[in-house]
Structures are given as structure tokens and as C-alpha cells.
Design a protein. Structure first.
Length: 237
């Protein structure tokens, strides 16, 4: 009889501890960061010394894919009504051999005239402000110099003709996409280009550059993420 009472009390105590845990809702997942990372990419290493890094990654976003990922108001700078962008600059990211710095301490400020000029290649003021704060501050350059670098690289890059103004879906493959970029830009080599996909859809093309902005082979942490045999490009909206 004593054993039964002891066991019963223990069972009740255990149930009181466990049942609330079973009924607790799971915490919501954090929102996706502006710079998407694939599982095999090196992580952010936090604030570093501005200007102390190994190379750049130029990230070109396929705007129709970005705009299809969520609903935007008609007045949105990049995805609103009548905004027909193809490849736009996502960012120019200082990188280490393993990982990247972000949000470095700097005395330089982003001025409105610099933002206005950058809108020609990065059609979103919020994106420009975010990229300066997260990546540009680690370049060791002023905001004007940093976006001048972005402009130099972007102006010197030739987008292959099939990817300029497609009005219908484009179906290609990873090797073909890279080859067309190399044909249009002879300084590029296969190892300096990586391609990022969301499922079968093209999301970004990334190009690895030395500090002097010449192409270089990407490190093992900047690699392709497209797994499907075909790569699809959504048409311009």
C-alpha cells in the first residue's frame, strides 16, 4: 500500500513536468537573412578590421526570381509595376579564405548622392543601405569609393544576350550558363563563376574577384548550389 501511494505520487509529478512541455508551441523560425547562405558556405565571422580581407565576391541577382519570392507593393523600386529588371547587383562582398567579415567599424557615411547613383545598378534604396552597412563598411573604402568599385565591375561585365531581356522562360544547364558568361567575358574562367539556385530556378550568379577587380578562382566555400539538371530563368515581369 505504501509502495502504491509512492508510485502514484511519482507518476503524477512526472506528468506535471512533461505535459506542459508537450503542449508548448515551437518558436517561429527566424526570417531569412538578406544574404542567403547555402549549407556548405563559410559563415560570417562578424566585424573585422575594415580593409583587411582576401578577395571580393560580386553577386548578381536574377531580379524576376527575387520578385517572385514574395508579394511587393506596386510602388516597390525593384519589383513594382513596370519594373523590368534582369540581372542586378546584389552586392560586392569582401571575403576571407574561409568566411567573411560584416558590419565593420568605419567613420565613412553613405550620402544621398551616392545612393542615387547606385540605384542604376542596385534598384532598391534599402538594398543599397543594407549592402553598405553589412559589406561595404568592411572594404576599407568610403561609400563613394566602394560603390564606384561596384559600378566599375558591373559596367565592365557583359550579360549574355539570351539573359538580357527574356520575355519567355529560359531553360539552360549549369555548364551552358557558365560558358555563355565566359564567351561574353573572355577574362572569366569556369572556376571564377558560381551559380545559385532556388530549386531549379536561377537565383544568383557570383563571380570571384581579386582586390584589383580581376577575376580569380573561387575558394571551396563559394560554390554552385544548383542541383537540378536544368537551370530555369523566369522571364522579365
Amino acid at each position: 500500500m505504501i509502495f502504491r501511494r509512492s508510485f502514484s505520487r511519482s507518476a503524477i509529478a512526472f506528468a506535471l513536468l512533461v505535459l506542459p512541455l508537450l503542449g508548448c508551441p515551437k518558436s517561429p523560425s527566424p526570417s531569412t537573412p538578406p544574404q542567403q547562405q547555402d549549407p556548405d558556405e563559410a559563415p560570417s565571422l562578424g566585424p573585422g578590421q575594415s580593409g583587411s580581407f582576401d578577395y571580393y565576391v560580386l553577386s548578381l541577382s536574377w531580379s524576376p526570381q527575387f520578385c517572385s519570392s514574395r508579394k511587393f507593393p506596386p510602388s516597390d523600386q525593384q519589383c513594382g509595376d513596370g519594373r523590368r529588371f534582369g540581372f542586378v547587383v546584389h552586392g560586392l562582398w569582401p571575403q576571407y579564405e574561409k568566411g567573411y567579415p560584416e558590419s565593420c567599424a568605419t567613420t565613412f557615411q553613405l550620402a544621398p548622392p551616392t545612393v542615387e547613383k547606385a540605384l542604376q545598378m542596385m534598384p532598391s534604396q534599402k538594398l543599397i543601405e543594407h549592402e553598405w552597412q553589412k559589406h561595404g563598411t568592411c572594404s576599407g573604402l568610403s561609400a563613394e569609393q566602394y560603390f564606384g568599385q561596384v559600378e566599375t565591375v558591373y559596367a565592365g561585365l557583359v550579360i549574355p544576350e539570351p539573359y538580357r531581356q527574356p520575355t519567355a522562360p529560359v531553360v539552360t544547364s549549369l555548364p551552358e550558363l557558365k560558358q555563355l558568361f565566359i564567351q561574353a567575358n573572355p577574362r572569366l574562367v569556369d572556376s571564377s563563376i558560381t551559380v545559385q539556385c532556388s530549386g531549379a530556378y536561377l537565383r544568383e550568379v557570383r563571380i570571384c574577384l581579386r582586390k584589383d577587380l580581376s577575376p580569380m578562382p573561387c575558394t571551396q566555400f563559394v560554390r554552385d548550389s544548383c542541383k537540378a539538371p536544368e537551370v530555369q530563368l523566369r522571364p522579365l515581369r
